[in-house]
Write a protein that binds this ligand. Structure first.
Ligand code: COA
Length: 501
């Protein structure tokens, strides 16, 4: 333990998770470490759920992104959350949010830190962060994610550290913690290349604020393995064809541009597709580093990967964590404020690949709300990247629910990414490069290349009728959401005549 907590006085602050949880009172706000199942505080939140259930307490919970170890599910089931931000991806929590049992703020992931720093949100009572050690100089060395932990530690009234013995000590040295400072007093972020190190190895902390240290021994929850299916493989092929064409036209070099991708099947399929491509010396500047990034590193295709968390499947986790030294010069983990920072994203000129639930014939994208009302997960970092990337690419399957839903609709039922922020749309049928096209020029491209053939005539019928009314972006306002209404009433977006055929 002495090697993990070098400061003698801190060693005396070791407590059980139950004791730490007993400090949390009704109405408090917690800032938890954790980003997409990685590096989340595990023991204290679990102990707190048990206590809060008995004592009928509610708290606000802020994190980096979604949590692992079923913490979001347990908190939602116990009904102990008043407000949650900025992202979640748990089925039970989704249901509770949509049933109105708790509040959820769906926030751009780069925005949370600014709001906490500027005292816009509830003040944070406890920052509870997972670490692999605390250095003599007073740096908390995070584990598999950085997320919002540094700003939570800076602004919280008190800090609880979960020292997780199950996380490799070799993580020390892989982080780069940069503090942007207050707005108005800030310098440009000196990050010019993906592999630049601009900060400290750990989170600086006033050790007097550390109220307790809880020793834990629990691995991160593994991410589910999502092998490419036929459609995602086709989407990946279309996307790689597009990148090849950009390369042939001299608009992208052989090593492309730093890549960002969301999590999930398509992202994995695209990254696996790059394994067989001629592109080399690739760079990744993303949030979550998944299995495929390590496959690309192993294959010598990726030169360097910068992220804010490492989320792996069970088998990959064992392989990577027992060989962390192999990746030491090729990896860095940053706060999500930096991994998702508009200034850096624009400077590096990222190729950003994220997923849509639905897109409309003009290129607006809905990534978060089913039928315009029920939240799925959240916008995550997709908006940070799409607005600022060199190439904002959105992928989606052309249909959902066995074809009863078209993912290409006349008008999206909720807008996360406006037509101004979407450069390329990709489905299993092809891609539509929307750059430089006026709204009416986009429509045939999206219908022909992205929509499923069973919906193409129906989309053209809407567009042609809308064009009769004129306008820069023609719409029939009373019919713009009729496809969604049709689905609510008849469980399909297909028109009656088409349903019968
Ligand atoms: N309307 C209603 N439901 C739809 C739909 C639509 N247009 N399109 C897809 N769905 C349903 C699917 O049927 C599936 O339902 P199921 O879970 O009951 O099977 C579910 O949505 C997920 O769709 P899937 O095709 O499996 O895609 P996915 O797992 O890749 O998830 C998003 C897609 C959009 C929900 C997910 O990528 C997301 O949350 N994105 C927003 C955040 C983000 O981009 N993060 C990356 C940067 S941080």
């Amino acid at each position: 333990m002495q090697s993990l907590i070098k400061n003698q006085r801190l060693q005396e602050r070791m407590v059980s998770e139950e004791t730490a949880a007993s400090w949390i009172k009704d109405g408090m706000t917690l800032g938890l470490s954790g980003f997409t199942r990685a590096g989340d505080a595990k023991a204290v939140p679990s102990a707190f759920v048990d206590k809060a259930k008995k004592d009928n307490m509610k708290v606000n919970v802020f994190t980096g992104a979604s949590l692992g170890s079923d913490i979001d599910r347990l908190m939602a089931e116990a009904g102990i959350i008043h407000k949650r931000l900025p992202f979640q991806a748990d089925g039970v929590m989704r249901k509770k949010i949509n049933e109105g049992d708790m509040y959820f703020i769906d926030q751009h992931l780069s925005h949370t830190a600014e709001m906490v720093r500027n005292d816009v949100l509830h003040p944070i009572d406890f920052a509870i962060v997972e670490a692999v050690s605390i250095t003599e100089e007073g740096y908390i060395i995070p584990s598999t994610s950085v997320g919002n932990s540094s700003v939570f530690v800076e602004k919280a009234e008190a800090v609880i550290v979960e020292l997780n013995l199950a996380q490799p000590q070799a993580f020390e040295g892989l982080h780069d913690i940069y503090e942007v400072n207050k707005q108005g007093k800030r310098q440009p972020i000196p990050l010019i290349n993906v592999d630049d190190r601009i900060g400290s190895v750990g989170i600086p902390v006033d050790t007097a604020k550390i109220k307790g240290i809880v020793v834990t021994n629990q691995a991160d929850s593994p991410s589910p393995i999502t092998p490419p299916d036929e459609e995602t493989a086709m989407m990946a092929n279309h996307l790689i064809d597009f990148l090849k064409k950009e390369n042939e036209l001299g608009r992208l070099p052989n090593n492309l541009a730093p890549l960002q991708s969301g999590i999930g099947t398509v992202a994995n399929a695209v990254f696996h597709g790059l394994l067989d491509s001629d592109f080399t010396d690739l760079e990744v500047y993303s949030e979550v580093l998944q299995d495929a990034v390590f496959d690309l590193l192993d294959a010598g295709k990726v030169r360097f990967a910068s992220g804010c968390s490492i989320t792996l499947s069970e088998s990959k986790l064992k392989e990577v964590f027992s060989n962390l030294d192999r990746y030491r010069d090729q990896l860095v983990l940053r706060p999500q404020e930096i991994s998702n920072h508009p200034e850096v994203i624009r400077r590096l000129g990222l190729i950003s690949i994220n997923t849509a639930l639905e897109a409309d014939i003009y290129g607006n994208v809905n990534s978060t709300h089913v039928q315009g009302t029920k939240v799925m997960n959240g916008i995550g970092g997709s908006g940070d990247f799409a607005r600022n990337a060199r190439l904002a690419i959105f992928v989606t399957k052309s249909i959902a629910k066995n074809g009863d839903i078209s993912s290409i609709v006349p008008f999206v039922s909720h807008v996360d990414h406006t037509e101004h922020d979407v450069d390329v749309l990709v489905t299993e049928h092809g891609y539509a490069d929307l750059r430089g096209l006026a709204p009416k020029e986009r429509v045939p491209l999206i219908i022909e290349h992205c929509a499923h053939p069973i919906y193409r005539d129906q989309l053209y019928a809407y567009f042609n009728e809308a064009c009769e009314r004129g306008g820069q972006t023609p719409h029939i306002m009373e019919k713009a959401l009729s496809w969604h209404t049709n689905f609510s009433e008849n469980k399909t977006m297909r028109e009656r005549a088409l349903q019968r055929s």
